[in-house]
Design a protein around this ligand. Structure first.
Ligand code: G3P
Length: 479
């Protein structure tokens, strides 16, 4: 349908009976580019019902066949990288080369998930009763992992393909069904990606992709009694709201971050500057794992800032089709929010190394220096190409700043001293600390988790497969 992309239910692409559509705008020119179906609650009900039925059969499909289906899908997804990446460029303004990487990475993730599923889902436990006081050796317990049922996957706009696949792959290999609710910006990329599952021949009803307005179907989905697990990546407020509303079901949440980058006096400043640029400005800072505050020891701060500025000056700024480093941020609302943070820092006396410049949603990158704790940018997550530098007198001051924030996804420390690095990593209360490298989620089999308001549970391929299973025991009793 040239006008409006269909949603996916029961192995078919269909129009919603609402007759309504949701419009997606291109962030680069703020003009409407795609439309998707505004599905109804009734259609959500049907997706969940189909998923329930299909899951019962899928759970009994041998594990090697489930793995084979994921491998098939991985190959198709990689073949289809160009059209999917093209959608990412248009919908979320991701530079073309990064969009292609996102799709290829998703294919690789599926293949690894298939292999890891084979490795870990065949394992169970065998226990005997007599180690526990008062028991004879007259009970044998056999435990194994069984699927949870229907998984609701809600990925965010910044990695709509990869973060959907990182939920769908583990869910499916473990024998679950998936209801996918794509983000509005990124919905068409998600639908193209779902088509690769369709082509790979997954059973009808096992996977559905339901698009629509959050206000119509958002709460309805997250509170739906047929959903057995929610895997959500997105904003903190939404994540916390989902946790409060959802029932007694397992949840996996990856929310915001304000990843600190601590630079010690003995750091390799060239390496640190390279990582600050990569970590702070890739995809225009719109990554939960972006470097979002630099905490530099005062004695090396000038030298560091000078190196970062030199590298920042080389970033290309423009359109995603031209593979520019800095591309328009996702929406006008986001650009306005970023501008508000910049104005606040300016009024409170921060030093700007570059001029503020914005054209539509395109924001020129800025290093904001001499930031103090009374400025919003010291604490808030801009999701844009602006990076604050706070000068610290002691390491403790840096660690304190990192731990005083409710965000606690990742962090990093640059030093040549292994002892100091381990000591600081231990003291920084975040989900992952990188030593001498910018924060990042990958490789995708590593555990990935946020502490405090940054999330619930741990992701990464292995952890996600385990999280999407429950333990079932059979006890043999011998009188
Ligand atoms: O922002 C989402 C987060 O998962 C980013 O992933 O691989 O860029 O660190 P990555």
């Amino acid at each position: 349908d040239g006008d409006c992309f269909k949603y996916y239910i029961d192995g078919e692409w269909k129009r919603s009976c609402s007759g309504q559509a949701v419009t997606i705008s291109n962030p680069s020119n703020r003009k409407p580019i795609f439309k998707v179906q505004a599905c109804t609650q009734d259609e959500v009900n049907r997706c969940v019902e189909s998923a329930k039925c299909a899951q019962k059969i899928w759970a009994r499909v041998p594990l090697w066949k489930r793995a084979e289906a994921l491998h098939r899908c991985a190959a198709i997804m990689k073949e289809q990288k160009a059209p999917i990446a093209d959608c990412l460029v248009k919908e979320v303004a991701k530079a073309l080369k990064d969009a292609v990487v996102e799709v290829v990475r998703s294919g690789d993730l599926l293949s690894y998930t298939a292999e890891e599923g084979i490795r870990i889902l065949c394992e169970g436990k065998f226990l005997v009763s007599d180690p526990f006081p008062g028991n004879d050796r007259n009970k044998y317990c056999l435990s194994s992992k069984i699927p949870l049922g229907v998984i609701l996957a809600i990925p965010p706009f910044n990695y709509p393909v990869n973060l959907a696949v990182s939920k769908m792959g583990p869910a499916l290999i473990a024998g679950n069904a998936v209801v996918l609710k794509p983000p509005t910006q990124g919905a068409v990329s998600c639908l193209h990606m779902v088509h690769t599952f369709h082509l790979a021949g997954f059973p009808k009803g096992l996977i559905s992709a339901v698009t629509g307005k959050g206000s119509d179907i958002g709460d309805f989905l997250t509170m739906h009694p047929g959903i057995n697990c929610i895997s959500f990546t997105g904003g903190c407020d939404t994540g916390i709201a989902i946790c409060k509303k959802a029932g007694m079901i397992p949840m996996q949440m990856e929310l915001g971050g304000k990843d600190s980058c601590i630079i010690l006096e003995d750091a390799d400043l060239e390496l640190a500057a390279t990582n600050i640029i990569k970590g702070g400005f890739s995809y225009s800072g719109q990554r939960c794992t972006a470097v979002k505050v630099v905490l530099a020891m005062e004695c090396i701060a000038d030298q560091l800032v000078c190196k970062v500025n030199a590298k920042l000056a080389k970033l290309t700024i423009g359109m995603p089709e031209d593979d520019c480093d800095i591309t328009p941020v996702i929406s006008e609302t986001s650009a306005n929010f970023i501008e508000g943070l910049v104005q606040d820092a300016r009024h409170k006396g921060a030093r700007f190394h570059q001029e503020w410049r914005r054209e539509g949603n395109l924001i020129w990158p800025i290093l904001i220096d001499h930031v103090r704790p009374d400025m919003r940018i010291a604490w808030e997550e801009p999701f844009g190409p602006i990076l604050p530098v706070i000068r610290i007198k002691t390491v403790e001051e840096g660690i304190h700043h990192c731990n005083a924030n409710n965000f606690a996804l990742q962090g990093c420390v640059f030093t040549k001293s292994f002892d100091k690095a381990i000591m600081i990593s231990d003291a920084m209360e975040s989900g992952t600390i990188q030593i001498n490298c910018a924060p990042g989620r990958g490789p995708d089999h590593f555990p990935f988790q946020g502490l405090r308001d940054s999330g619930v549970g741990s992701q990464g391929i292995t952890n996600s497969i385990n999280m999407m299973c429950k333990v079932k025991s059979t006890v043999m009793n011998f009188p």
